[in-house]
Design a protein around this ligand. Sequence first.
Ligand code: OOB
Length: 544
Amino acid sequence: MNETQPTRPTAESERYRNAGHWEGVTFGSSLRRWAATRPGSVALVDGDRRWTYAELDREADRVARGLRGLGLGQGDRVVVQLPNCAEFVLIWFGLQRLGAVPVHAMPGHRRTEISHLVRTSRATACVITDRHARFDHRELLREVLADHESSGSLRHVVVVGETGRHEDFVRFDELREAGNGQEPLPADGGADSGDLALLLLSGGTTGLPKLIPRTHDDYSYNVRASADLCAFDPGTIYLAVLPIAFNFTLSCPGVLGTLFRGGTVVVSPDPSPQTAFALIEHEGVTVTSLSPPLVPYWMDEAATGLSDISSLAVVQVGGARLPDDLARRLGPALGVTVQQVFGMAEGLINLTRLDDPEELVCSTQGRPISPDDEVLVVDAEGEPVPDGAPGELLTRGPYTLRGYYRAEEHNRTAFTEDGYYRTGDLVRHLPSGHLVVVGRIKDQINRGGEKIGATEVEEQLLTHPSITSAALIGVPDERWGERSVAFVMCAGSAPSTRELAAFLRERGMAEHKAPDEVVEVGHMPLTAVGKIDKTALARQLPRA
Ligand code: OOB
């Protein structure tokens, strides 16, 4: 095991290579190849800006040269926090061209999360936008820089847009200009296909969220295997509605799957059906991906009949459990084939197949994309349960991690001895191989696809001057699938939900993690081993 990444047994890697899963290709060299084979096809659309594959390749060179001019190089980690915009793709490939490693932050992340990402990845640079959703990311980075002043490792902030009063930040446009040049760059800065290609953030269960190392080999396979199952081809026009930094949108098959197959990626700046439907009509979009809470809004908009969305053939839904009933209504409402996606940044992706019978599409979360994905469903003792019975999903395979990045202690419990990742998801395994997600044993709340690690929030709650004990639980919610309720014991008066949200915002926590509701309790029920009994707390709430 090396410092950054526990390694797989050599025999296993060998097997994945021999099976043709790992092709020995980096993302930087893939882009070079696409530009050579289909230079004039449109790769990327954002508003009225368009890039062909050849242009995308040249942009990657330019961005890479600009970043190199700042002193960045192969293996450097760079935190990327951008809303949906073409620059995300240009910068992502610019980093790949340099052999540098993008670290994916979500647009809603704040000081706590960004600082944590910078610290854990030892990032040397951050790429941000100037303002988004009425929030100034430059001010956020000022604070993050202050957090890392003593270590001195975070040296550059690149801003898509204006740098404003921050003269030490670099404008992305300037960096591109500085990267103008004729001399050809190596395709991937000399990176090896077994090297780290990107770092994704886990949903988090205990403590702060962990980083997930993905290599060129494993992530490319993830993309190609999903693109094959979804029949992506040069005619595919994919609309990126959810954040591009989200693994689902980027690689299942998403943005990268579209590019691997010669299609066109259209960027939606926001997930509203109004924005998206206009783009679908204008660009002839054929496929997109949604989280469950968006589904009713998209169905309502379709019912108005105001836009022609007849080009749309497939809608993927994933990230959280899609209620069966909604799955049944979605296809007819939008005139599309529905595909359920049950995936995780750690690796394993399950898809319903495009030709699966309707019953499986509407009532299961799909089956693994690779014949070499190994899944086990086990009871509390780790023993396999009979087929069809609920149990925890364990998995191992050609694109599933063997350990979190620099998290040795956590890795000891997050994996079994023989390398299976404990997903914390409760599933039922059907004879067809399809999985039904029936619950969760990990201490996490899934708020419409946004994952909230309970202990991370509880630790923040305990910093409030009047809170003496805190427990965060998820409860069923019509809109989000689940919402978060904080049970708190207080010395003095309990903060209201709104006061607590303001307090947590002040502490630099992403807003979606703030409890949707606060309930004050006189004492915390405890389990036999003295832990807070969350099941007992849940019973105290009126039933929905
Ligand atoms: C996706 O990735 P993450 O890393 O944000 O979250 C993974 C977790 C899973 O372990 C599961 O608890 C939950 O999200 N989940 C679902 C689900 N899809 C994900 N639970 C029920 N039904 C589903 N369809 O969320 C993600 C990554 C790639 C593709 C799609 C989703």
